[in-house]
Design a protein around this ligand. Structure first.
Ligand SMILES: [Zn+2]
Ligand SMILES: [Zn+2]
Length: 75
């Protein structure tokens, strides 16, 4: 049992220095905070044009999660 929640996107545990919280769903996800870190990001961060605040979004909310290739293409 840990206090950290698993990544909402890939389900793996998140190291404290790689944890980000999605502004949309409030779920935790992997995000590299330094350029020398390896591994994959499970979301993205950018600066809001007007608020100049950091916006975090997980891949699920960005529609990029794509764990498996779509089968049948039938929504
Ligand atoms: Zn992840
Ligand atoms: Zn999200």
């Amino acid at each position: 049992m840990t206090e950290t929640s698993p990544c909402r996107v890939c389900g793996d545990d998140i190291a404290p220095d790689r944890a980000a919280t999605c502004n949309n769903c409030q779920g935790p996800f992997h995000l590299r905070t330094r350029q020398d870190q390896d591994g994959t990001d499970c979301g993205d961060v950018w600066i809001h044009d007007q608020h100049l605040s950091l916006e975090f979004a997980c891949n699920l909310c960005l529609g990029k999660a794509g764990k498996e290739p779509a089968i049948g293409e039938g929504h």
